[in-house]
Write a protein that binds this ligand. Structure first.
Ligand code: MRU
Length: 343
C-alpha cells in the first residue's frame, strides 16, 4: 500500500499518480497507480477520485506525472502539451473550482520555468499541493473543533471528510481534531442520493476512525433536526461566489433551509482556494449535470424508473449566503459578510 492513510499521492520513484478507487468503497479498498491520461480522466469523471480538494491535488499530481513522460524537446512544446492536458481535464467536472485552480497553478509554474527545470518544477509544485492541503485541512479542523466544544452531535451532507481531501477533510476535520482532544462528537450522515457519498464514504471513514455514526436517508434530516438530535450542520463546498453563496452537493441547500427553520447553526468548511473571484453570485456557478442512470439504475438490479419518465440529475445546488452561519477556513471562522473582506 502506498497511500498510508492519505486519499491521493505521488509515487515519485515510479512516476505514478496514486488514488483510492472510491467507487468500490465501502466493500473494497483498492489503490490505483497510474500514468495513463485516459485512466486519470476517467478517475475524475467517474468519481473514483472526488471531493473538491482531492480532485484539485490529484489533478496537480497527474499533470506532473503526465509531463514527466513527455518526449517534447523544447520549452514551447512542453508548455503546449501541458496546456492541452489542462484544457481537457478542466472540462471533467465543471462545478468544483479546485480543478481549475490546480490547472492554473501548474500553468503558472510552467510559465516561470525553462526547458531544463520544467518537469522538476511541476513535480515540486504537485508535492507542495499535497503538503498544503494536509496543513490547511488540519487548521480547518482546529478552528472547527473550537466551534464544536459545546456540541455533541452534528449532521453532514455528502462526503467532505478525508476521502475528499488528502487527509482530515474539511467538514469532518473538526470531528477528527475534537476526537484527538478526547471529545466524541456523534455524526448523522445524509446518505446523499444519488451517488451515496454519505452512506458509502462518510460512514466508511468515520466508522474506521471510531466515530459514532448514524446514516439517514436525505429525507430524514428534518426528523433528526426536529427531534433535537443535531447541534450543528457542517458541510464542505465546491465553489464560493464573491457574495458568499456556495455550490455543494445536491441537497445541501435543502439541509441549510431546514437548519435555519430549526435554528441550528449551518457551517461551511473550506479552504480559501475554494473562492472564485470571477463569480459574483451563486447564479453564475455552472452546475454539473450527470447521467440519469445514476438515479434509476446504478444501485439496483433492475431499473427503478419507467422508461418514459424523464430524469433530472444535477450534481450540485446553490446555498444562499443568508443561510450560512459561518465559514470555517484555514484562516479562522468568518460570517459571510466578514469573509468578503479577506478575498
Ligand atoms: O460529487 P462529489 O462527490 O465530488 O461532491 C463532493 C462534495 O460536494 C463535497 O461536499 C465538496 O467537494 C467538498 S469536499 C471537501
Amino acid at each position: 500500500m502506498f497511500l498510508d492513510g492519505a486519499t491521493v499521492g505521488f509515487d515519485t520513484v515510479n512516476n505514478k499518480a496514486v488514488f483510492i478507487d472510491q467507487t468500490l468503497l465501502p466493500n473494497e479498498y483498492k489503490e490505483v497507480l497510474t500514468d495513463d491520461y485516459n485512466e486519470i480522466y476517467d478517475a475524475i469523471k467517474l468519481l473514483k477520485v472526488r471531493g473538491a480538494p482531492a480532485i484539485g491535488v490529484f489533478t496537480g499530481i497527474s499533470l506532473a506525472v503526465l509531463m514527466n513522460k513527455s518526449k517534447a524537446d523544447t520549452y514551447e512544446n512542453l508548455f503546449a502539451e501541458l496546456k492541452d492536458y489542462c484544457e481537457k481535464l478542466v472540462l471533467c467536472r465543471p462545478t468544483a473550482v479546485n480543478l481549475k485552480w490546480a490547472t492554473d497553478e501548474m500553468l503558472k509554474v510552467a510559465e516561470i520555468s525553462c526547458e531544463e527545470n520544467f518537469k522538476e518544477n511541476l513535480n515540486n509544485k504537485a508535492l507542495e499541493m499535497i503538503e498544503d492541503d494536509i496543513a490547511i485541512c488540519r487548521k480547518i479542523g482546529e478552528y472547527g473543533a473550537k466551534i464544536l466544544e459545546n456540541c455533541s452531535s452534528i449532521l453532514t451532507h455528502c462526503n467532505a471528510g478525508r476521502l475528499a481531501t488528502v487527509k482530515y477533510g474539511t467538514a469532518l476535520a473538526p470531528v477528527y481534531v475534537a476526537k484527538e482532544k478526547g471529545c466524541d462528537i456523534k455524526v448523522f450522515a445524509d446518505e446523499t442520493r444519488p451517488l451515496l457519498q454519505g452512506a458509502r464514504l462518510t460512514a466508511f471513514e468515520l466508522c474506521d476512525a471510531g466515530v459514532d455514526t448514524t446514516v439517514i436517508c436525505d429525507n430524514m434530516a428534518s426528523f433528526v433536526m426536529k427531534n433535537g438530535l443535531v447541534d450543528a450542520v457542517l458541510v464542505g463546498c465546491d465553489r464560493v461566489a464573491l457574495n458568499g453563496d456556495i455550490a455543494n452537493k445536491i441537497g445541501t441547500n435543502g439541509v441549510a433551509i431546514l437548519a435555519k427553520h430549526y435554528n441550528i447553526p449551518f457551517y461551511v468548511c473550506m479552504p480559501f482556494s475554494t473562492f472564485d473571484k470571477n463569480i459574483k453570485t451563486g447564479d453564475d456557478i455552472v452546475i454539473e449535470m450527470r447521467e440519469g442512470s445514476e438515479i434509476g439504475e446504478m444501485w439496483y438490479e433492475k431499473t427503478m424508473i419507467p422508461q418514459n419518465a424523464k430524469i433530472l440529475n444535477p450534481a450540485f445546488d446553490i446555498t444562499d449566503h443568508s443561510l450560512i452561519t459561518a465559514f470555517i477556513t484555514e484562516k479562522g471562522v468568518f460570517t459571510p459578510d466578514e469573509i468578503k473582506k479577506y478575498i
